[in-house]
Write a protein that binds this ligand. Sequence first.
Ligand SMILES: Cc1cc2nc3c(=O)[nH]c(=O)nc-3n(C[C@H](O)[C@H](O)[C@H](O)COP(=O)(O)OP(=O)(O)OC[C@H]3O[C@@H](n4cnc5c(N)ncnc54)[C@H](O)[C@@H]3O)c2cc1C
Length: 453
Amino acid sequence: MVDRPAVRIIGAGPTGALLAILLQRRGHAVELYETRPDPRGRPPESGRSINLALADRGIHALRLAGVFRELEQALLPMRGRLIHGTERGTSLQPYGQRPNELIYSISRHRLNQTLLEVAARQPGVTVHFEHRFETAEFDQGTALIRDLRHDRLISVPMRPLLATDGAGSWMRRRMSSVHLIDAQETDLKHGYKELSIPPDAAGRHRMARDALHIWPRGNHMLIALPNEDGSFTATLFLAKHGEVSFDSLTEPAAIERFLSQNFPDARELMPDRIAEFNDHPVGFLGTVSASPWHYRGMTALIGDSAHAIVPFHGQGMNCCFEDCVEFDACIPKHASWESVFAEFGALRKPNTDAIADMALDNYLEMRERVAHPKFQLQQALSLELERRFPQYFIPRYSMVMFHHEIPYQTALRRGTVQAELLAQLTAGTASTLSDIDFERAEREIRARLTPLD
Ligand SMILES: Cc1cc2nc3c(=O)[nH]c(=O)nc-3n(C[C@H](O)[C@H](O)[C@H](O)COP(=O)(O)OP(=O)(O)OC[C@H]3O[C@@H](n4cnc5c(N)ncnc54)[C@H](O)[C@@H]3O)c2cc1C
């Protein structure tokens, strides 16, 4: 077990706040530095996604930290994808088949506020808002942090300083610029923009509130998640540049044409669409990869700062929460922070690489494959195979979203074998489950997959 000096954390987003709670439980004093003002008692800042999908991995971590109960009443269950076709029809693709196989929409602001409230009321946790990490002097083992209220620089010792400062991490960029680590930021050619679907006159949701709505349109898509106040937050994912892109959609007439051609039913529900389209920024999407995640026993990257991913599996924050639990579990096994950091990176990176790949793959699935009859047959078949052979076959989506005990890399590996099987079993003219040869399916499954523990 490492000594218990104060731990410094930069970035009080979901990762930093949850980590502060877990570290305090281990007996560490925690100093948490955050650029932004205190979000408690304030309306949400615009910019980042307004709501998030929370799933089993995130819930498991929140339960372990004792925070879940305070958030439970703010969760809106979503039981499947409600696909909006081009002809205005809809169809529900359930996410799972057991009553608890749901994902939940939660307000980012509410989640951040609650985590910070819980963190700040722990004895020994101090949160310094409006304090921005600026740089680190690794030869001296110190970090420079600017107190924005008084415009003065303060120097704090690292050993350890945990950097949970998000996808654009200054700490990661600093470590990379002095060649302590290798780091890449890979931008997606697509960006996103948020639009809103307000409640009806009675304050109710204007579409089914127990689903994640998707309008898959091949090269772009719209999704919408429910909010507690009866509204939905819709997110348009689209190429940043090119013929049909955010660049090309600037004139009201062009925006109207694009929305009515692609999402006529959603367009009617968005009275402020033109103003929002013009006012809301185009958000950046990308994947961050870094190695190693730490420097000696001084500092370590955790959460998005180490491995930000694209949002198409709804796992970024869930994965960050899992980071916190795994990091916390490494602490009692080691006598130095350097060994804690090294073990954490070695255990965790293969899993975060796996979810990064699956998240990219899921973009194609959401914007394109979900609309194809063959994909829908394979979805139905994978649930049927899980019913018949639960020891061997769990759909990849379910492994990721509903089974925190299955590591991401196992989900990726088994999912690849399962995808081949599904393709073989549904090849040719198969169009319904009655066309499937289940005896062959059983033989192949037993030959190619080991039973799950
Ligand atoms: C459009 C979109 C949709 C998403 N949807 C989902 C979803 O449905 N489900 C899901 O699980 N994940 C989702 N994610 C991912 C999720 O938002 C992130 O994985 C998560 O926010 C990462 O948490 P974090 O605390 O590591 O980083 P952040 O949330 O980025 O927090 C970092 C914190 O550090 C602070 N900070 C930054 N720089 C400094 C500095 N120099 N000094 C001090 N403080 C600093 C920031 O102000 C911030 O508070 C989505 C992401 C996007 C972009």
